[in-house]
Design a protein around this ligand. Sequence first.
Ligand code: HXC
Length: 257
Amino acid sequence: SNYQNILTEKRGRVAIITLNRPKALNALSDGLIGEINIAMKQFQDDKDIGSIIITGSEKAFAAGADIKEMEKKTFADAYNGDMLAQWHDLTTIRKPIIAAVNGYALGGGCELAMMCDIIIAGDKAVFGQPEIKLGTIPGCGGTQRLIRAIGKSKAMELILTGNNLNAVDAERAGLVSRVVPAEELINEALKTADKIASYSQVTVSMCKETVNSAYELNLREGIKFERRIFHSTFATHDQKEGMNAFVEKRSPSWLNK
Ligand code: HXC
């Protein structure tokens, strides 16, 4: 593959996308986001892949949207080009995505991590929404997802001050699922991703979709949606196989259907 800004690899049933613009601390240019979208779509369509990891370098997951690319844009440029719209393509990927974050995850970098399903942080990770310092505001879900992740008071303080959150505080606040030593980050992310990929892909995607519906729906609608999807797992081969394997005391063999 001839990507300019990312590296991709497959480790068994896990795909890894590594942001690779080291000179700009992985600043998220349009080109970089476009490549993430192409790679994600490719892994979504790859039957051998069960989950996806997105990561950066030890110094930076991503230091935000590319300020040099945005600096001169007028309102009309932003509006007519529907700036940032393509970032949300990530949320249409149905396979689970783990953000393995070391170093800076600032602005759009923090927002990119929050669009993923699980964030695992290396102990050198730093999260923040510093847009206020640039005279703008988070534009890719930061004002919405950070509040849901860590609550209003903490989110408001971070977004209004532009202060950073270190890995331990991010875990305490609930933004990340766990913190691991920086040098263990990829291995830990791989273990989790591989475990997820070991289950039935159809069940995993139904599960992801249903958990994500909690973002969109009120409790009554969410519970109803969950029950409908739960019912539909009984139309799959893999529900029959999973329960039969338990009863017969053997390991299940998933067909992903
Ligand atoms: C473009 C960036 C960049 C960015 C860093 N660089 N962040 N280029 N856009 N967001 C470039 C620098 O210009 C520099 O290149 C090189 O990367 C190394 O950065 P330094 O600043 O020299 O490194 P350091 O002193 O270690 O400081 C690291 C840092 C700092 C604290 C992360 O780079 C920083 O504050 N970056 C900006 C963080 C930020 O404000 N992010 C939010 C962006 S706005 P040159 O060639 O100049 O030496 C945003 C809007 C979101 O994300 C809207 C929705 C997506």
